[in-house]
Design a protein around this ligand. Structure first.
Ligand code: HEC
Ligand code: HEC
Ligand code: HEC
Length: 432
């Protein structure tokens, strides 16, 4: 009897494994010599804009490297991953890929030769795109990106996670394979914003928390997550920002790199907006902003300038704490205040740190990053710089300033603040 059950269970497992391997197996698509080169200039231009909005070159180009030739290094919880060469080089890039092979990779994360790609490549978002949009990106890469011969480095993912076949199981469990669905209850503009945000611009790849195996938690969409040594804040009603985000605040942030009521795009968000979203027409950024304003459910359209929250924060700047007692306040006054003081109203480019997101997040990571490395001219507001204090301030100094700002912002102290300052100082810096 027992034997029969054992045989039964084993049999079921073998059948299951067999079915899984049929599911997991994808054929190679034969290499081709792409014959079509006569795409219309409009299609190529559309592909160029979409490739920018999908940050293809951000992830497929290492700092200082050749565009699209790959080997950009991504540090994940599972090990180091290198991006592929997606220039039209026949030997080492995608020069021998048919349009069908490219579309399959973009929709299902399967390479031309049939091997599964890791979800560091955000195919579950690109899957939301229309055929026309995917084909336009293909047309742009094949006709306009110079071919570069460069072999992809092997990923540093330990066994058994490096078995590509397992990715099929991951996809089965976690990947959103649904096509984009138009929400008929919403306007055409909202749907355009949703289409771009969920698809090509893959905002959720960074802003949605992930489970232990790296799958996006779709029931917590856009509720904030750690990414590349930074915190991508919640973009929903769970945002800790004291001044609610309105559509025009999203728009200002996404077009200028800064919202006076929230702060600057100084980390991974900087290339997203400066090198990515900036390629999209204004109407598309408006659509994305409207989509997120609806998600953030901020029906509030009050002018933040006259809000009591902002007035109180500005007034608080004038009441100096006793600097003989508070070391953080003293350091802040000497190192920061000259640039961060607003007399009676907010001035763009002089962030009021006590209302900024970096100070109000439950995690001090973004504030520590900005104090250590500042804001380069190609980050935040274009051409505007904040110096880094990596060499000028010790871990104790940075801890004191951050603790002072946190308390001045009316928030609870961050536990393990000094430990985090030390850890973040020694982390590899986010480059881009
Ligand atoms: C967040 C980083 C990231 C972004 C953004 C990104 N990619 Fe990738 N891509 C990767 C990584 C990493 C791989 C390799 C994954 C692996 O080793 O399994 C990859 C692989 C690919 C492949 C498979 C190549 C092959 O030889 O198998 C294609 C095609 C591709 N990307 C195209 C694109 C396009 C087009 C865009 C922009 C619309 C894009 N990628 C944006 C990270 C990214
Ligand atoms: C020389 C002027 C200057 C000094 C000194 C300075 N900052 Fe800044 N800071 C800026 C500017 C300008 C920006 C906005 C940069 C941009 O958006 O391009 C900024 C931005 C910020 C931000 C917002 C970034 C974000 O992620 O939202 C924080 C936080 C910040 N500074 C903290 C500090 C602290 C703390 C100090 C002192 C240790 C300091 N700053 C010293 C000029 C300065
Ligand atoms: C590569 C990861 C990444 C992608 C993709 C990304 N973000 Fe971000 N985002 C971040 C990080 C990290 C921050 C924190 C600030 C920084 O990095 O400069 C941020 C900050 C923001 C902020 C400011 C939030 C606050 O409370 O201060 C907004 C708004 C935002 N992102 C919107 C978007 C939208 C809209 C998209 C898609 C169009 C998007 N992000 C795509 C990583 C990302």
């Amino acid at each position: 009897m027992l034997k029969r059950i054992v045989y039964g269970v084993c049999g079921a497992a073998i059948v299951g494994l067999g079915i899984f391997s049929i599911y997991a197996w994808h054929p190679a698509i034969d290499p081709v010599v792409p014959t079509q080169t006569d795409y219309s200039p409009q299609v190529i231009e559309q592909g160029k804009i979409l490739a920018a909005a999908g940050y293809c070159s951000t992830c497929h180009t290492p700092p200082g490297g050749t565009a699209y030739a790959g080997n950009y290094e991504m540090h994940t919880d599972f090990g180091t991953i290198y991006s592929s060469n997606i220039t039209p080089d026949v030997e080492t890039g995608i020069g021998g890929w048919s349009q069908a092979a490219f579309a399959r990779a973009m929709r299902t994360g399967v390479s031309r030769d049939g091997h599964h790609l890791l979800p560091a490549f955000p195919f579950e978002h690109f899957n939301k795109m229309t055929d026309d949009d995917i084909n336009a990106i293909y047309a742009y890469i094949m006709t306009s990106v110079p071919a570069v011969n460069q072999v992809k480095k092997d990923n540093g993912i330990p066994f058994p996670l490096n078995i590509r076949w397992f990715q099929a199981g991951w996809k089965l469990l976690f990947a959103d394979t649904q096509a984009f669905e138009v929400n008929s209850k919403q306007s055409a503009e909202w749907n355009r914003g949703a289409y771009l945000a969920e698809g090509i611009a893959h905002c959720g790849a960074c802003h949605t928390p992930r489970n232990a195996l790296g799958g996006e938690k779709y029931d917590q969409m856009y509720q904030g997550a750690a990414i590349d040594g930074w915190i991508a804040p919640s973009l929903t009603s769970t945002s800790t920002s004291p001044i609610p985000w309105r559509a025009q605040d999203f728009y200002e942030y996404l077009t200028t790199g800064n919202s006076p009521y929230h702060g600057s795009a100084a980390g991974p968000m900087a290339p997203v907006m400066h090198k990515g979203l900036s390629a999209l027409p204004d109407s598309d950024i408006e659509a994305i902003s409207g989509y997120f304003a609806e998600i953030a459910r901020t029906n509030n359209t009050d002018d933040p300038d006259s809000s009591s929250t902002l007035q109180a924060a500005i007034a608080a700047q004038h009441q100096q704490p006793d600097q003989r007692i508070d070391e953080g306040a003293r350091l802040y006054a000497t190192a920061c205040q000259a640039c961060h003081y607003n007399s009676d109203q907010l001035v763009k480019g002089r962030p009021l740190i006590t209302i900024g997101s970096a100070t109000h997040l439950n995690d001090p990571t973004n504030l520590i990053n900005v104090i250590l490395d500042g804001v380069r001219s190609d980050q935040g507001i274009s051409g505007v710089v904040m110096p880094g204090f990596r060499d000028a301030l010790s871990d104790e100094d940075i801890t004191a300033i951050a603790a002072y700002l946190r308390q001045a912002a009316g928030e609870n102290t961050w536990p393990k603040l000094q430990q985090q300052v030390g850890e973040i100082r020694n982390q590899p810096r986010f480059e881009h």
